[in-house]
Structures are given as structure tokens and as C-alpha cells.
Design a protein around this ligand. Structure first.
Ligand code: SF4
Ligand code: SF4
Length: 100
């Protein structure tokens, strides 16, 4: 299946400023806290992470930050558990696990 124009622009974007004008959040979703209905949550395995930041770019919730060592960190207080980050991570460094 071919990518939409929006998806192609997203894939080429290297910084936030390159992103197309889509309905994305540009701040952490502190007004939309973690929902009680989240069934799965992402866990990042740093040993597999290549620091490509594709997860950061595609998270629709801006729930991913970058730590001092350059690794992505999930803000579980805001993550909705959609799994997009895990789906987009080519080296499969993000695992979706069941909530406790
Ligand atoms: S998409 Fe995967 S490899 Fe890239 S920064 Fe995120 S966790 Fe690391
Ligand atoms: S599971 Fe969804 S909301 Fe949570 S960090 Fe990944 S892409 Fe963002």
C-alpha cells in the first residue's frame, strides 16, 4: 500500500519544524492524563535503540522525551498505549507489554 502525502512528509521530517500542519500536539499532554482504559504500555530496550527518534516523531501524544544520554523516554503519565511508537521502531527496541 502506498503512503499518503502526509505520511511521506512525516517520514522525511528530521525536526519538529519539518512536520506538516497536521493535528499534532506540540507539548506534553498534561491536560490529557493517562487514561484508565490503557491496556498496553511501551517499554524501550535501550540496548536495541539506534537513537533514530522515529518513535518521538510519530507519537501522536508527544509522550516521548529524550534523556541526557540521547535515549527516548516514555512519559507513562501521558502515553495512551496506542503502540504506534513500537510499530514504527525498525530495530524493534520498543515492546508493548500489558499493564499490571
Ligand atoms: S524508534 Fe526505536 S530505535 Fe529509534 S529512537 Fe525510538 S526506540 Fe530508539
Ligand atoms: S504507545 Fe502511543 S502514546 Fe504511548 S508513547 Fe507510543 S506512540 Fe506515544
Amino acid at each position: 500500500m502506498s503512503k499518503s502525502k502526509g505520511a511521506e512528509k512525516m517520514a522525511k521530517a528530521e525536526t519538529y519544524e519539518d512536520l506538516p500542519p497536521l493535528p499534532l500536539m506540540d507539548v506534553l499532554t498534561d491536560t490529557v492524563p493517562m487514561p484508565s482504559w490503557r491496556a498496553m504500555k511501551p517499554v524501550i530496550h535501550n540496548e536495541k535503540c539506534t537513537k533514530c527518534y522515529v518513535c518521538w516523531k510519530f507519537c501522536p501524544d508527544m509522550a516521548i522525551a529524550i534523556d541526557d544520554e540521547g535515549y527516548p523516554v516514555i512519559h507513562l503519565g501521558f502515553c495512551k498505549g496506542c503502540g504506534i511508537c513500537a510499530n514504527e521502531c525498525a530495530p524493534e527496541a520498543i515492546e508493548m507489554v500489558r499493564e499490571d
